[in-house]
Design a protein around this ligand. Sequence first.
Ligand code: RFL
Ligand code: PHB
Length: 390
Amino acid sequence: MRTQVGIIGAGPAGLLLSQLLHINGIESVILEKQSREYCEARIRAGVLEGGTVELLHEAQVADRMEKQKLLHGGIEIAFDGKYRYIDFVDLTGKDLTIWGQTQIVRDLNKARAEAGANLVFEAEDVAIHDYESDSPRITYTKDGEPLEVQCDFIAGCDGYHGVSRASIPQDQISSFERVYPFGWLGILVENPPVSDELIYAHSERGYALFSMRSPTLSRLYIQCNADENPDDWPDERIYEELRLRGGERVAADLVEAPSIEKSLAPLRSFVAEPLRHGNLFLAGDAAHIVPPTGAKGLNLAAADVRILYRALVAYYKSSRTDLLDAYSETCLRRIWNAQRFSWWMTSMLHTFPDSTPYERRLQISEIDYVTNSRAASLALAENYVGLPFD
Ligand code: RFL
Ligand code: PHB
């Protein structure tokens, strides 16, 4: 089979790229390892920057989001018995949208299927060939049959554990990484959120986050050891920690309901450079991971896609190669900004097992400063709502 852009991975990055290319008259094929049902059941991100929302409009998959989204004007930070609100709208004039990644993936799958897209689920043994040449290929197996996609470009949108980045010889790609000594245990519960805004809580017992997906669906997280077994965490134990970490107001207002999903995510910061290798372009989690504390992962994946699809459109419509040539450098500037912000939010709000009493005092002092000083709150706010595109 022949196409213009061969895309590996039907996560938000791969689906969004395929949809935006389609709207601009460019053909693509998506090869996805998992089933559609599996991809549509994964609970991941929830907080969208304005730029991501704009891109979903551009991709014509914003109708359901516009009807069901929640708008947020800021975040609360709980620490040391206090609750401080950082008002993003007042500080930056911008708000944030709560709309689950799960819903985005469902809408994109539906839009792609309705447009008759070539979307292959349960593609096995996906492998990349000749990506340095003008005729790259992707081979795979479907229902036991070996198949091949020939294309002009390959987009590696297959996440952190995918084959795209792993296919690049080690001496041609640099990796930068930090692994944190903890993870997030998350539950989804059919219960109204404990507060109108997200609450990021710092406590001696560890960090906790009180988030949401809708007026009737809460998403709650606690910091735990990265190697814990979620089965060792019955709901009652999680709620006990949430109450102890969230402070008095949260403890009084938090209503328990059984979890409908429970998962543990280790925390990692990671960047692979460059993002382009011949005619192979890495995008999203395939190229970079951030710890979820600043809610940047999905937004960064969308930012890569925005830059890549525009570069591909410029190539096909005007034979321009300059935007493709600049892809890696353009993306990396935003990626490193998000890396710095996510690392900073993570370091400020989590409890580190090896920190000294002196460092603990500094951490409290920093949270106090960031939530009390307009200048420091603004630095947090402008990064959280998303830095502008050039
Ligand atoms: P994905 O979503 O991992 O999709 C990659 C797809 O590639 C497929 N794949 C393969 N397909 C074919 N062959 C292979 N060999 C393949 N290997 C893998 C996979 O099955 C999958 O379908 O990457 P993508 O598209 O780059 O999207 C990235 C986002 O998913 C991720 O950054 C966010 O979910 C991160 N994240 C958050 N981001 C935000 O912007 N805001 C948030 O509030 C936020 N919260 C979160 C998060 C991530 C979390 N976890 C689970 C790590 C909260 C959590 C708990
Ligand atoms: C979420 O709702 O899943 C969420 C919200 C904010 C974050 C991370 C995750 O910083």
